[in-house]
Design a protein around this ligand. Structure first.
Ligand SMILES: [Zn+2]
Length: 471
């Protein structure tokens, strides 16, 4: 690009084997460098084009590395980090009602804070630079974790004014009966946090699951999201049980109800969405609805969102689909590279290996995720003027060579452990796999101790061991 301004730099990620830009032309720059000034990218060039003036600031040697835009996790529960491994290999109903919800209801505010620190730290270690939290009852804790760890993210106050459904009941702690109170708390969260931490925090409105929100709650959340020029999210069309619950409760599908209520729009993100009925699919491109698809989570809990096969059809209709990890007890890893690999499950389901090639999977994990987050004007690709959110991936490993197509190796051969350096907003958050913004020893201690305590409080001690004898 000829218009790139030169001058001094604060940081140069220099001489990478490959810089995968995901820019408009999808350029892959061999022997490339990313020049950063403040929190933004000032130039993306061949290494030999970097000036001496730019090299006078801090330089990170990226030889032997792939540089990629940071990954964007469009669905993560920051407060579910400590029930990893407590909801495996059980039916979805038990996974949620008997394991996940009781654990979540047993959290206190300090637990939620440390859970959010653990979650954001795992994301930084996995190369995730931005996330969309699913919404929880301690959004201030999720926001503090963003402030302190340096990651970028979207938070939300969870809301559900209909506590019960034919599927079962949410624990009382997770439901506040008053619709008014839910709307007030959500508005306070957005007004307090949106734009904080130098713009790294954004806040959305949320209805936990569409059928757990009254008509008024759903409509008002959408109205407030529009009024505050921000997003709205909800778990939607996640399973067969979800679909029948919506039918029995409202006499129509979740998507038709949202359409009737005026909730669908380009600032609405549906989470999971694998059970959207074929007859409703036209609504998605009509309103430019965004989707957070969680292929590994669907596999783990047998939700059927992959098997239903609708996701590639939605993509072919022009719907923007990002990837999400879901949660530590639902996946059970926050590794976005694994999620990109798992997006390939649609090849198997449709018996078509051409579906979702590696390049598309990487788009889903970066620029498409940015569009789902309604943040693609600032993140999702390595381009002049965008925020400096990027990762360095170690390519000097036998399992990463030979490297004919770096995107193939990144999506199909790599895992989170190959991420060497994570940079967000121009700041180095992890270098040489050491997270610089977190005391990881203290975090490990808190994770183990709080995990044990909450498990006991939630009455889940009986599920904390393998079915094999512990001797
Ligand atoms: Zn979720």
């Amino acid at each position: 690009m000829t218009s790139q301004a030169q001058g001094s730099a604060d940081l140069v990620v220099h001489n990478a084997d490959f810089v995968i830009t995901v820019d408009k032309d999808r350029r892959i720059i061999q022997n490339g460098s990313v020049v950063i000034k403040g929190n933004s990218i000032s130039r993306v060039v061949k290494a030999n084009e970097v000036t001496q003036e730019e090299l006078a600031g801090r330089v990170i040697d990226a030889s032997g590395k792939i540089v990629s835009p940071g990954f964007i996790d469009t669905h993560i529960h920051t407060t579910k980090q400590f029930n990893r491994g407590l909801a495996d290999d059980v039916e979805l109903r038990d996974h949620l009602l008997a394991r996940n919800f009781p654990f979540e209801a047993a959290l206190d505010e300090e637990d939620a804070y440390w859970s959010s620190i653990a979650c954001t730290t795992e994301m930084i270690r996995s190369g995730t630079t931005c996330f969309i939290d699913a919404g929880n009852q301690f959004p201030d804790c999720s926001a503090r974790a963003i402030e302190e760890t340096g990651i970028r993210g979207i938070i939300a106050r969870t809301a559900s004014d209909l506590g019960g459904s034919v599927q079962g009941h949410l624990p009382a702690q997770l439901v506040t009966d008053s619709t008014e109170e839910m709307l007030t708390l959500s508005t306070q969260t957005v007004e307090h946090w949106n734009g904080k931490a130098d713009g790294r925090i954004r806040a959305w409105f949320q209805v936990r699951i569409t059928y757990l929100g009254s008509d008024t709650l759903c409509q008002e959340m959408k109205r407030l999201a529009d009024q505050h020029k921000t997003g709205m999210e909800s778990h939607c069309s996640s399973s067969l049980e979800n679909r029948s619950t919506a039918y029995r409760t409202f006499g129509m599908t979740e998507l038709r109800r949202l359409d009737k209520l005026g909730v669908l729009g380009s600032n609405f993100m549906g989470i999971h969405m694998g059970w959207v009925e074929e007859g409703d699919m036209y609504l998605l491109p009509k309103y430019d609805v965004k989707i957070a698809h969680c292929p590994a989570s669907s596999m783990h809990a047998a939700m059927g969102c992959d098997l239903n096969g609708k996701i590639p059809m939605m993509m072919s209709m022009g719907v923007t689909v990002g990837l999400g990890s879901d949660a530590a007890p639902s996946n059970n890893s926050l590794d976005m590279i694994r999620n990109m690999y798992c997006a390939g499950i649609h090849k198997e389901i449709h018996q078509d290996a051409r579906l979702i090639p590696a390049e598309k999977a990487l788009e889903m994990g970066t620029i498409d995720g940015a569009r789902v987050a309604q943040w693609d004007d600032e993140i999702g690709s390595l381009e002049v003027g965008k925020k400096a959110d990027l990762v360095l991936i170690n390519a000097n490993q036998v399992e990463m060579q030979p490297m004919y197509n770096p995107i193939s190796n990144l999506v199909y051969s790599c895992h989170a452990g190959h991420v060497d350096t994570t940079i967000v907003d121009g700041k180095v958050l992890m270098e040489g796999r050491r997270v610089l913004t977190v005391n990881e020893d203290k975090l490990l201690e808190e994770t183990r101790r709080r995990g044990d305590q909450i498990t006991t409080r939630a009455g889940l001690d009986h599920v904390r061991h393998s079915s094999w004898p512990l001797v």
